[in-house]
Write a protein that binds this ligand. Structure first.
Ligand SMILES: Nc1ncnc2c1ncn2[C@@H]1O[C@H](COP(=O)(O)OP(=O)(O)O)[C@@H](O)[C@H]1O
Ligand SMILES: [Mg+2]
Length: 232
């Protein structure tokens, strides 16, 4: 279980981006962190990844304050795919994927490569292994970055605005792909795209101006955010 408890964060210029945020992430389903642009979503992810330190409150993983976790343990338990995907342009997809297993998990090169190929195959993108980032589409790069994170078998994988660079058809395909993968990890979809989130997440939290204004089933959040449910 991942728990954000009464977390507040202000940037050095004094802007309060998070104000007493409480969210519990059960280790199941696909969850959504929703909110308009500027509501504090990315700031929250950076606090959970320990890239930013909240001025007050705490974040706990299985009851342990993340400030006390060894960096390696935190990185193995919680994966985050930020909007900039950080694929190294001079390395192939496979080489990009084997970096962390070799560095973080101390795998030998052959073992890391075998597992990376296996993961790509399992995720249906085996044909990308030997391509360079410049040779693949935005949607494929998104999948590659997620595949790379899944290799570390995280308990949680948080995706920041995963559909921002995708067109409508690719977004739909990508949503189905995530649904098919949900046994692998607990996905947390962080997005301003509430309709996308409502199609794949079961429950979540709504951030407004750095505050959690609603948590619960997606249906309720949609109503709170003023969406009427679409009939399909
Ligand atoms: N480095 C920064 N310095 C000062 N303010 C920032 C910085 N990064 C983000 N902010 C502000 O914090 C608020 C929340 O930003 P962010 O977490 O990026 O929101 P979201 O991801 O929901 O769009 C915004 O008002 C934004 O302008
Ligand atoms: Mg953001």
């Amino acid at each position: 279980m991942l728990e954000v408890r009464d977390v507040s964060f202000s940037y050095p210029d004094g802007h309060a981006a998070l104000r007493g945020v409480n969210i519990t992430f059960p280790k199941e389903h696909i969850l959504g962190i929703l909110g308009k642009s500027g509501s504090g979503k990315t700031t929250l992810l950076k606090c959970i990844g320990r890239f930013l330190m909240p001025q007050s409150g705490r974040i706990e993983l299985e009851g342990r304050d993340i400030r006390e976790l060894p960096r390696r343990e935190l990185r193995r338990s919680i994966g985050i795919v930020f909007q900039q995907l950080y694929l190294f342009p001079h390395l192939t997809v496979l080489e990009n994927m084997t970096l962390a297993p070799r560095k973080v998990m101390k795998k030998d090169a052959h073992e890391a490569e075998r597992e990376a190929r296996q993961t790509l195959e399992k995720l249906g993108i085996g044909e990308l292994a030997d391509k360079y980032p410049a040779q693949i589409s935005g949607g494929q790069a998104q999948r590659t970055a997620i595949a790379r994170s899944l290799l570390l078998k995280p308990d949680y994988l948080l995706l920041d605005e995963p559909t921002a660079a995708l067109d409508v058809d690719t977004t739909r395909e990508f949503g189905q792909w995530l649904l098919d993968l949900k046994a692998e990890t607990t996905f947390v979809i962080v997005t301003h795209d509430i309709l996308f989130a409502s199609k794949i997440a079961s429950s979540g939290a709504l951030l407004t101006g750095g505050e959690v204004t609603h948590t619960g089933p997606m249906r309720e959040i949609l109503e709170t955010a003023g969406y009427v449910e679409e009939e399909e």
